[in-house]
Design a protein around this ligand. Structure first.
Ligand code: AMP
Length: 118
């Protein structure tokens, strides 16, 4: 069972923020910003590759509600989902990272030269 399924099963503790029948949000254990929250579906889906458009629509509504709750709508935030090997996805259970709380940098993503694909 993956680590996020264990969190959903309450085999591993988490620091939750909100949930409904389909999704859970909780604080990332290794925050990369003052606010770093993960949003996951309650059923196991490996990544964005496998999510249905309907579930993404429901997840969008859930995340928008979470953004209101956190009070970050006006100041802004970043949503990221990593996919597979090149996306550097560590946990193979679909999750969105919600990063906020200060102005974020546009990071150094790869050592490969981005201009090679122009
Ligand atoms: P990714 O690299 O996109 O798969 O991100 C996985 C994220 O899960 C990382 O930011 C980790 O810090 C986070 N993480 C791993 N284990 C836990 C945990 N038990 N509770 C909260 N966050 C976790």
């Amino acid at each position: 069972m993956c680590i996020f399924c264990k969190i959903l099963n309450k085999e591993i503790p988490s620091n939750p923020i909100s949930e409904d029948d389909k999704f859970l949000s909780f604080h990332d254990i290794n925050p990369k910003a003052p606010i770093h929250v993960l949003i996951i579906p309650k059923i196991h889906i490996d990544s964005f590759n496998d999510v249905s458009p309907q579930m993404m629509a429901d997840m969008t509504a859930f995340i928008q509600k979470l953004v209101e709750k956190l009070g970050i709508k006006e100041d802004g935030y970043r949503l990221i989902t990593n996919i597979g090997e090149h996306g550097a996805q560590e946990v193979k259970h679909l999750h969105f990272h919600l990063l906020a709380g200060s102005r974020l940098k546009w990071g150094h993503f790869t050592d490969a030269d981005p201009k090679n694909n122009l």
